[in-house]
Design a protein around this ligand. Structure first.
Ligand SMILES: [Zn+2]
Ligand SMILES: [Zn+2]
Ligand SMILES: [Zn+2]
Ligand SMILES: [Zn+2]
Length: 370
């Protein structure tokens, strides 16, 4: 599932690509498979099968590497320290060293083994399942333990976030219980980890987000419960990663797609729909599609009327519009002045990050005039 390329030629695979009967390694076709067998798969096929087949084997291997990178990066700071969970310096089973500085915990609470953290997350979820605690968000909040510190409540970051992503995926890669979507959800967890990694593994994150979306859509078609929010979030992650990679054209196409979905599923006045609209307008103005920005903004008049001029999302939309108008070479002098007034007053909501002085009242008055 995570392995998306042919083991022999690295071409992208279809989800139902043929696989090795013993170890489930996947290939484009039998030619690639025969070629790979002769080039050495013959020697490791049994080993991969004993390791739980291709996907699990790969997850364990990647996890081990990610843990080693994280421990190595912390090595200077963790000398002589002990894990706050198991109280030892070296982990009793994996012998791995400690990590630190990945959340807001400091002092004796700031050193831990990644294996201990992962074990805690896993056990907490198992306990919730045993005690049938899956209503009222309990299971969901325990699921957060894969990326949020239980002590300080901050999200993990850097190498630790990435290693925990792999730990999560390796835990659920072979989880077939369809009552819980852990297998699918852990792909997203891993993708988030890749995105947060200090090496900036954005391309890998992007391909994982795409896998997550594909798996979610296929699960939905097969009759599984997949929430609208989940699908929209999957697409937002893809759009966001495109933006971070500088692939703005692809980002805007994905954002438009999300906006259309959101409008159809949640309604045009829904807050989430409007939040997507604000992002879309900002990306369009970055691409200098000023006519579209303007038309789009005028089309949202009903939302502005309903929510009122001081609403956070209305301000965000206004800011994105003003940003587009300000840089539009065809804008009239009056329009430019209007844009400046809006930008000065839009409470710092210009998504371009420009420092904007907050004076909501001026904005409100500007709008009443229009
Ligand atoms: Zn191939
Ligand atoms: Zn094999
Ligand atoms: Zn420990
Ligand atoms: Zn913490």
């Amino acid at each position: 599932m995570i392995i998306t390329n042919c083991a022999a030629c690295a071409a992208p695979l279809a989800h139902d690509a043929p696989r090795c009967v013993r170890c489930k390694t996947r290939y484009c076709n039998s030619t690639c498979q025969h070629d790979h067998w002769r080039r050495g798969h013959k020697q490791i096929c049994k080993k991969i099968h004993r390791g739980g087949d291709a996907e699990q084997y790969n997850a364990e291997k990647e996890h081990k590497e990610a843990v080693a990178v994280a421990v190595e990066a912390c090595a200077d700071d963790t000398k002589g320290q002990t894990c706050y969970i198991c109280m030892d310096a070296a982990h009793w089973k994996t012998k791995e060293g400690l990590v630190n500085g990945y959340c807001a915990c400091r002092g004796t609470m700031g050193f831990v083994h990644l294996s201990c953290l992962a074990e805690q997350a896993k056990l907490s979820i198992e306990e919730a399942i045993d005690k049938r605690l899956w209503s009222g968000g309990e299971l969901n909040s325990r699921w957060q333990r894969w990326h949020v510190c239980h002590t300080c409540g901050n999200e993990f970051h850097g190498h630790v976030r990435c290693a925990m992503g792999w730990a999560c995926w390796k835990t659920y890669a072979s989880w077939e219980d369809s009552r819980f979507a852990f297998q699918r959800m852990s792909i997203e967890k891993l993708a988030n980890g890749m995105e947060e990694d200090v090496f900036g593994r954005l391309e890998e994150a992007l391909s994982l987000y795409a896998v997550y979306l594909d798996v979610s859509q296929r699960s939905l078609r097969a009759g599984a419960e997949v929430s609208t929010e989940n699908l929209l979030a999957a697409k937002s992650n893809i759009a966001g990663t495109y933006s971070r990679l500088g692939r703005v054209e692809e980002a805007v196409n994905m954002e438009r797609d999300i906006y259309d979905d959101s409008k159809a599923l949640l309604g045009p006045l829904d807050l989430q729909t409007l939040s997507v609209a604000a992002n879309l307008m900002h990306t369009m103005s970055m691409l200098h599609r000023f006519d579209e920005v303007k038309a789009f903004f005028l089309g949202l008049e009903a939302a502005r009327q309903t929510l009122g001029p001081d609403n956070y999302l209305v301000l965000k939309l206004t800011s994105a519009y003003a940003h587009g108008l300000y840089y539009d070479p065809t804008a009239t002098r009056d329009e430019q002045l209007e844009a400046i007034t809006m930008r000065i007053s839009a409470e710092g909501y210009c998504a371009c990050g420009a420092a904007i002085v907050p004076t909501l009242r001026i904005l409100t008055r500007t709008w009443r005039k229009c």
